[in-house]
Design a protein around this ligand. Structure first.
Ligand code: ADP
Length: 475
């Protein structure tokens, strides 16, 4: 049994969360303790008790611990990547890449701990100076989703710790293994008891318990429905909140796009990681002149994608993460057909050598902007192609969404790329690249219904994980 980490001690809890491999349901990754609301209260109390000391630790102490954690994650990337691929289902190369990313994030924030700066200004009054400094927010709750089992826990906990906050992390029920490994690494890297707490189990039970226990800030990544409810609950309690939620990201293919490059962007953005990325390209908006050639080539490439066990080196796409997610994807395929879209390939449950949640990637053409498959986040390997009369029409379609996380364009024209960059209503814009796949040293986040609060990652993470103090000094 893998236990929760509360106040520096490993504590069990029933019933066990049985972590199963979505590539092979007969493969049990491990048993993980589920926590109670009382465990959550203890974790928050431990974080609160240790905060005064941890917030006064030196930047060198924090940098050394984060750097050690980053080094261990990088050194164990194949082992941890295998664990991640087994519990989440992304292919092994993608999983190893995600683990390496987590290690790099810890090393980046080890440096950020040392690079904290303030500002000193002359007051508008004579004989007074003004000092602007940053301080940690306090006890930070982190609620993370299943699609990036170690990268998202890393990109929330590394800045939280770097800036002197104490953490209570609640990972997704489907993927406790990577979060547990991260907690174990952080603990052994030298964090004092109570600075980082891991509380595994049901979001419905532990989410309210986390807020009721009296945290200062909450960073959440997950579904829009849960995020909006949490934001309202945080507002009522005066808790600072940051939300990363869904996306329905457009990839615009202009008439002058380089065909093979554009198809590659669409294949990668729509289907890699089984389409389970909030930055996935789920709306492919294709201008009239290139539409038929592009769609024919995209359908050919989609049909040829190899779906299989995440640890099989021949697999390009692993299984869907859960039975519920697979059922949801297939219901969207039915909705697309009922709404009159043309299913060019895929959209079926597959039976392979091992019992898993396999689905062939689904490509729809002839989609209209009103269809559910064009509007709602599916979070699976289902992509909708919309035909546009011209670039202006395509841009209008791209922005016609309640979400605003990422937006991409494939074009050889600098003028179009620049126009799109300036007019896309999204937090991130990609030119001749898939909408998914981001760097860790620059801000991540979106607009409209995709995000709420300050950006994550890079230097911008300080906006959420610190609070500004303005001091007036009489001379
Ligand atoms: P997903 O569809 O990605 O599972 P969720 O929003 O359901 O999206 O889950 C994301 C995270 O939020 C998970 O860790 C989950 O346990 C947690 N969660 C789910 N429901 C709640 C809730 N009512 N309050 C707080 N956290 C929740």
């Amino acid at each position: 049994m893998h236990c929760n980490l509360i106040n520096g001690e490993w504590r069990g809890g029933q019933p066990a969360i049985v972590n199963r491999n979505p590539s092979d349901l007969d493969d049990v990754v491990g048993d993980y303790a589920s926590a109670s609301a009382a465990d959550m209260r203890d974790a928050v109390a431990a974080a609160r008790a240790t905060f005064p000391a941890w917030s006064r630790s030196t930047p060198q102490q924090r940098a050394d611990i984060l750097d050690a954690a980053g080094n261990e994650i990088l050194a164990r990337k194949i082992e941890l990547g295998t664990l991640l691929a087994r519990e989440e289902g992304k292919t092994l190369p993608e999983a190893i890449g995600e683990v390496a990313r987590a290690g790099q994030i810890f090393k980046f924030f080890a440096g950020e701990a040392l690079r904290q700066q303030g500002e000193l200004l002359d007051s508008v009054r004579p004989g007074v100076e003004v000092l602007i400094s940053r301080e940690p927010v306090g006890v930070v709750g982190l609620i993370t989703p299943w699609n990036f089992p170690i990268a998202i826990p890393a990109w929330k906990s590394a800045p939280a710790l770097a800036f002197g906050n104490c953490v209570v992390m609640k990972p997704a029920e489907l993927v406790p293994g990577s979060a547990w490994a991260l907690a174990d690494i952080l603990q052994r890297a030298g964090l004092p008891a109570g600075v980082f707490n891991l509380v595994m189990g049901s979001g419905r039970v532990l989410g309210p318990a986390l807020l009721d226990a009296g945290i200062d800030a909450l960073s959440f990544t997950g579904s829009q429905a849960t995020g909006e409810r949490l934001a309202a609950d945080c507002a009522a309690r005066g808790i600072k909140v940051q939300l990363e939620m869904g996306g329905k990201n457009p990839l615009l293919i202009a008439d002058d796009a380089q065909l093979e490059q554009a198809v590659e962007c669409a294949i990668n953005g729509a289907f890699y990681s089984t389409g389970q990325r909030c930055t996935a390209s789920s709306r492919i908006i294709v201008c009239h002149g290139i539409h038929d050639a592009f769609v024919a080539r995209l359908a050919e490439r989609t049909a040829a994608l190899r779906v299989g066990h995440a640890l099989d080196s021949a697999s390009q796409i692993g299984p869907v993460a859960s039975e519920a997610q697979l059922a949801g994807n297939l219901s969207y395929v039915d909705k697309g057909l009922a709404d009159g879209a043309s299913l060019l390939c895929g959209g079926e449950r597959l039976t392979l050598a091992t019992r898993g949640y396999y689905q062939s990637p689904a490509l729809f053409a002839g989609c209209t902007p009103q269809m559910a498959i064009s509007r709602e986040e599916i979070f699976g390997p289902v992509a909708a192609v919309l035909r546009a009369d011209d670039y202006e029409h395509a841009l209008a379609l791209a922005n016609d969404t309640p979400f605003g996380l990422a937006a991409g364009i494939c074009t050889q024209s600098l003028a179009l790329a620049t126009h799109f960059r300036r007019h896309a209503e999204a937090g991130m814009v990609m030119v001749n690249l898939p909408t998914a796949g981001v760097d860790y040293h620059v801000p991540f986040g979106g607009r409209k219904g995709s995000s709420h609060g300050p950006r994550e990652q890079g230097r911008y993470a300080a906006e959420f994980y610190t609070t500004v103090k303005t001091s007036y000094l009489g001379l």
